[in-house]
Design a protein around this ligand. Structure first.
Ligand SMILES: *Cc1c(COP(=O)(O)O)cnc(C)c1O
Length: 383
């Protein structure tokens, strides 16, 4: 499909990047399950040569990802962490990265426990506070890194404000857009230099594949990242690319249902006597409700809440729901429930990211909202 900025997300999700196979006419991009490609002549190859460098199924995925984020280029990786790691390879020893202090636990671990040892300096700051971010920019700062909404506190950062700040300071702005998905928010349009996704989550959408992506507009930086993708080699296999492409087809309708369901469930939780606090960007009680309305096309499918019964009650709820499966990860068609403190955020227990042990996080799936509410009600009514 020729790319056109006039197509809406629903159309791009179905068509972008995918052309009928030139050889066979196959409407869906085949899984080119091959490591190598026959060459016409010695050292004169055009096109594909080796699947770490490029593979046709991955090329189709790159096209789809770029279109979804309204970017010029996309690169797919074996995981979200591999995508983030590749961007960080643009930063040299002695240079400084200013990161949000509420980022994904694995991102914090990569910055704090891995890349710091290579001489890259990190500061972790509250990116919801413009003044704090301004004050934390140093002469050697190269990159501001943020997530919005964050995990699991669902704090929002004003991307356009951060982009202005980054431009003024002459540094890059990278946004991990995993929680919103390209259906709800497009950071490049708001001035970000890089968008990253764990495609494992909403983009894949079916909890059956691990993957990551970078989307950007700058040609020179893209060439460097493409070089790094091949040089370091954390590429997704053809089957993973196919599964992600297949997931993308329904991204728009899945996200609409995630948002509808989560809005109803957040309201139910807010009204339930066993619940002390609900954190959801679609509730007027969210401290950044106004920013959510302005920046996002919908409030998303993630809800966090705290019970009056604290940690003991939280553990019971996470254990006893039937439709909400007790599991890490998020963004799939099925509803999941977890306790961040002992589960997804165990690796950051003694850090600034430590989470209230009584906090419950749910990833609301696309099931029937009333069935999901009844499932929660059955357990909450026993507390
Ligand atoms: C899951 C996740 C990641 C890491 O992605 P993987 O695919 O698990 O490597 C990064 N950022 C956010 C916000 C995530 O939720």
């Amino acid at each position: 499909m020729t790319q056109s900025p006039n197509f809406h997300l629903e159309t791009l999700a179905v068509h972008a990047g995918v052309e009928p196979d030139p050889q066979t006419g196959a409407v869906m991009t085949p899984i080119y399950q091959t490591s190598t490609f026959a060459q016409a002549d010695v050292a004169q190859h055009k096109g594909y040569d080796y699947s770490r460098s490029d593979n046709p199924t991955r090329t189709a995925l790159h096209g789809a990802l770029a279109a979804l984020e309204g970017g010029t280029y996309a690169l797919a990786f074996a995981s979200g962490m591999a995508a983030i790691d590749t961007i960080l390879r643009l930063i040299k020893p002695g240079e400084h990265v200013l990161s949000g202090n509420d980022v994904y636990g694995g991102t914090f671990r990569l910055f704090d426990k891995v890349l710091s040892a290579y001489g890259i300096e990190f500061t972790f700051t509250d990116t919801t506070d413009e003044t704090a971010v301004s004050a934390a920019i140093q002469p050697n700062t190269k990159l501001i890194w943020l997530e919005t909404p964050t995990n699991p506190m669902l704090r929002l950062t004003d991307i356009a404000t951060m982009a202005k700040l980054a431009k003024k300071a002459g540094v890059w702005l990278g946004v991990d857009n995993t929680f919103a998905s390209p259906a709800l928010q497009n950071p490049l349009a708001l001035g970000a230099d890089f968008v990253v996704h764990s495609t494992t989550k909403y983009i894949g959408g079916h909890s059956d594949v691990v993957g990551g992506a970078i989307i950007l507009n700058d040609t020179a930086v893209y060439e460097r990242l493409k070089f790094l993708q091949n040089a370091a080699g954390a590429v997704p296999g053809p089957m993973d690319c196919f599964l992600t492409l297949r997931g993308i087809k329904t991204l728009a309708i899945r996200m609409a249902q995630h948002c509808r369901n989560a809005t109803q469930i957040a309201q139910f939780l807010a009204d339930h006597p066993a619940v002390a606090e609900v954190i959801y960007p679609g509730l007027e009680s969210h401290p950044q409700y106004e920013l959510a309305q302005r920046q996002m096309k919908g409030p998303g499918g993630m809800i966090s809440f705290i019970l009056h019964g604290g940690e003991a009650a939280a553990r019971l709820v996470a254990r006893d729901t039937q439709l909400f499966t007790l599991a890490e990860s998020l963004g799939g068609v099925e509803s999941l429930i977890e306790l961040p403190a002992p589960m997804t955020h165990a690796s950051v227990a003694d850090s600034p990211l430590a989470i209230d042990p009584g906090l419950v996080r749910v990833s609301v799936g696309i099931e029937n909202a009333q069935d999901l509410i009844n499932d929660l009600k059955n357990v909450l009514n026993k507390l």
